[in-house]
Design a protein around this ligand. Structure first.
Ligand code: KG4
Ligand code: ZN
Length: 335
């Protein structure tokens, strides 16, 4: 029997997930999505941690069972240490510590943002080092120079909201349910991206700011609705297309600058927003024009998942980079 099985746990936000990896090969990726947040229009931290408590053991059990192993065969337990919601992280960390302590096996802490990037090594084709990764999700927007599996440098990031947050918050202003990002994507396909003009915020260096668009859309809609109470329903596709266009514009401007600055042509995108079809098309066109090699993981590995935690854990396992049993979660954690 093989004794290199690693169990990985992800519980940083609102997905409870477990995955088993062996010798760098991900065997499964079990995810329990929490629907309890929908009616609140955003993730409610208190409810998220409770749902993790309910979901974690069943999710782990399914991962272990479907890998055809028992917990006695685990060589290590990995978990997301941060960044994320403290109450959510605590559930995964406590479970991982207890299991590792009981089995007397190593404990491996994983940085969630590193893991999003290492999701590119789950399947082929894999980027080669160095590459630039644009990580875009509901919680993060970062440009990272990736020099090695565990050697990464943040070269730009949002100074306020994440781009996924901007999608979700502007969607809310349009009366769309949470999370609105995928719905903006859907309606944008039928709309004109140049119909309405919203400001493109330009931050110094390679940094981003996405809080301005929400205010711009809010005031724009308020004025339009005063003249025409049906303005949103009559212009939904154009509104979605124009908002999406503005967000993609901001993302690509800094990405192009980063590529120029670092002279790297291997480009990857990660995080939930990389599912956005407008962003994919824009980057694919850019890649063709500029001779970049573009990498986008399967959607399953773009949103929060434990397979990416397992991938990161595998490289740390090889490096024997283990944590002590008194490790605590970090709501904020640098790459
Ligand atoms: O990575 P993820 O699942 O969770 C976080 O770590 O935040 O990302 C979720 C975010 C949400 O803001 C959601 O609206 C956005 O990804 N998202 C999209 C699309 N699919 C998911 N945004 C725009 N277009 C999409 N197709
Ligand atoms: Zn994430």
């Amino acid at each position: 029997t093989n004794d290199n099985f690693i169990l990985a746990i992800e519980s940083s936000c609102d997905e409870t997930s477990a995955s088993i990896i062996v010798d760098g090969k991900v065997l499964n990726n079990i995810v329990a999505t929490q629907s309890v947040h929908e009616k609140y229009g955003g993730v409610v931290p208190e409810l998220a941690s409770r749902a993790h408590q309910e979901n974690l053991i069943p999710v782990v059990q399914e991962a272990v069972l479907s890998a055809g192993i028992t917990v006695d065969q685990l060589a290590a337990v990995a978990f997301t240490r941060g960044p994320g919601l403290m109450g959510s992280l605590l559930v995964g960390v406590s479970f991982a510590k207890a299991l590792a302590f009981a089995r007397k096996i190593p404990l491996i802490e994983v940085n969630h943002m590193q893991a999003h990037i290492l999701a590119h090594f789950i399947d082929d084709p894999k980027p080669s080092f160095p590459f630039i990764c644009l990580t875009v999700s509901g919680g993060h927007t970062q440009l990272v120079l990736v020099k090695g599996y565990l050697e990464m440098e943040v070269i730009g990031e949002t100074q306020d909201d994440a781009v996924g947050e901007a999608f979700d918050k502007t969607a809310k202003l349009l009366g769309l349910p949470y999370p609105g990002g995928p719905l903006i994507d859907k309606y944008a396909k039928e709309g004109n991206p140049k119909a309405f003009k919203f400001p493109v915020t330009r931050m110094p260096g390679l940094n981003y700011s996405f809080s301005g668009i929400k205010t711009a859309v809010l005031y724009f809609l308020r004025d339009q609705l005063q003249e025409n109470p049906k303005f949103i329903e009559e212009n939904l596709a154009d509104l979605c297309a124009s908002i999406q266009f503005t967000l993609i514009e901001m993302l690509q401007i800094k990405l192009k600058e980063a590529v120029k600055q670092y002279g790297v042509k291997e480009i990857a995108i990660a995080g939930g927003v990389s599912a956005n079809s407008g962003l994919r098309n824009t980057l694919q066109e850019l890649a063709e024009k500029k001779g970049w090699k573009l990498y986008i993981p399967k959607f399953e590995y773009c949103t929060d998942n434990a397979a990416m935690i397992a991938m990161a854990a595998y490289y740390k396992f090889l490096a024997k980079d283990f944590s002590s049993y008194d490790v605590t979660p970090l709501a904020k954690m640098k790459i």
